[in-house]
Design a protein around this ligand. Sequence first.
Ligand code: HPA
Length: 278
Amino acid sequence: MNKVYEKLLSCYNQIKQKTAFSPKVGIVLGSGLGHFGDCIKIVDAVDYASIDGFPTSTVSGHIGRFLFGYVGDVPVVAMQGRIHYYEGYCMTDVVLPVRLMCMLGAKKIILSNAAGGINPLFKPGTLMALTDHISSFVPSPLIGQNIDELGLRFPDMTNVYNAELINVLLKTAESLNIPLKQGVYIQFTGPAYETPAEIRAARTLGADAVGMSTAVEAMAARHMGAKVCAVSCISNPAAGLNKKPLTHEEVKETADMVSSQFQKLIYNTIINMEKSNI
Ligand code: HPA
């Protein structure tokens, strides 16, 4: 059997032995946004380290576990801590947790991240719903023998971010008086922040925000037919747009600053999504 699929099945079976919980929605909590866990009525938690073969996160500020529980009445699974390509894992490991959430039953995936603002109107603290992404600077998570059990060899990526879900995000934000912008996210590998020239290039290519995650997870989830939406928390002006050098501390601080708004937005979006039967 395909090695990647074999590992997925092994991780899936181990999780199934630890919990019988069946989530409808999967959520990936980005840098400094892990506090969303406090809004979930937790039924079970599964540490990544307890799953044999599972890649474990090495970034400070990332706890590594799946939380299973309810947001309102909606059964969800949340990833507290994600796996990044710059940690040295291959792309199939990076997207393994998202694939697992889909296999566990999540048909909708909500991704989040902290990102640098490229669009000069997107100041630190801005929340941005992704309308599309540019992933051309990182390897595709779908490279290698196709896993036919998951999806097609040549999946369409015209609508990675689901228009109906974006609409619910926008309506929910409006009802909560939370400003929510829309824009295009570009993923680079990291771990170094970009150079000013790379940011100018990214802007020319049409990107509004830059980060080191999300696009490949969105691709893996779309490959499996999940409906995907994503929100960036702009944590800093991207390289060259500010005099100060970039630091991970600044990213975490800004993400912490807007975390209560972010939590409210995601919490109510999940409830509204299920109400509107998307
Ligand atoms: N660049 C890349 N990734 C990031 C940034 C950035 O400026 N801010 C937060 N994550």
